[in-house]
Design a protein around this ligand. Sequence first.
Ligand SMILES: [Zn+2]
Length: 332
Amino acid sequence: MDKKEKNVGVPDREKLMKKLTEEVKSDLKSYFQDRDYGVIAVTEEDALRAFVVKTTNLCDIARLRHKTSPIATAVLGRALTGALLLTSLLKHASDQRLLLRIEGDGPIGLVVAEANAKGNVRGFVKNPQVETFVKEVNGKKKFDIGRAVGSGFLTVVKDFGFGTPYESSVPLVSGEIAEDIAYYLLKSEQIPSAVSIGVLVGETGKVEAAGGFLVQPLPGASDKAIEKLEENVKKLPPVSALIKEGKRPEEIVELLFEGFTPHILALKELSFKCKCSKEVAKGGVIALPEKDLKELIEEGGVTIRCNFCNEEYFFSREELEEILKEKKSGDN
Ligand SMILES: [Zn+2]
């Protein structure tokens, strides 16, 4: 049987699967250039899956939006990257979304990131100006993320777009976020995975490199393949260091899948994007009691700030008067 015949009737998805050749890598490079994106890959030989993301730009946009201190930049960047990695639990490219909530007793307070399956993410930390704690690991100074976050719970809320969103919590194991996400996947989703997230913050406070990966054996993976995968993960340098030296997500896939033939399943452009608007903000204003609205009119206007992206929407006295009129006619 020749090759052509053999391929008759293979599912579309398999036809789309691309072997990660030099040509494909060069196409990816010229298409995405310096933008943030993720690569979902599997191995030809065994049932292994990887999702590798570069999130440098979106983490820096989050920093600029929320004016975060260096450690808050790292925490928020890790949460945003983590939420994007967790979209593996959603239907690819759909409108499904997921909220990652980290409630620790550390000084940074609540950390929230929301991502959808299309690759848009938004998020915030309660105290963006939190003091930066440093610890020494093997003679190197590192942010003490666990201390900023503290102990508490990690919650994931999956919204499939129908029915009640599915919510599940686990205790934080380290507050370093990647480990906590791996623990969540194991305990709540019964998916053993290796998760790594890194956000490198430079001297000026700018995000120099950020990204992460999630690798997991799929049902039917052989013990030998899992062992090899674990070995590859163990010897991999920190993901932010790889991105800093210019490694692209597909190249990190190659390192994770060393000894296997990687195939690309899907690609996803990633960005910091909020769905707020003046219209959404107006919904909040119109819900205020009439008495409060009248007070705001007397004060000459009000500014509504979006928690997720820090965007401000100003409503003038005239606009508030219109809203009050609308509210009164709506009540009747
Ligand atoms: Zn917003």
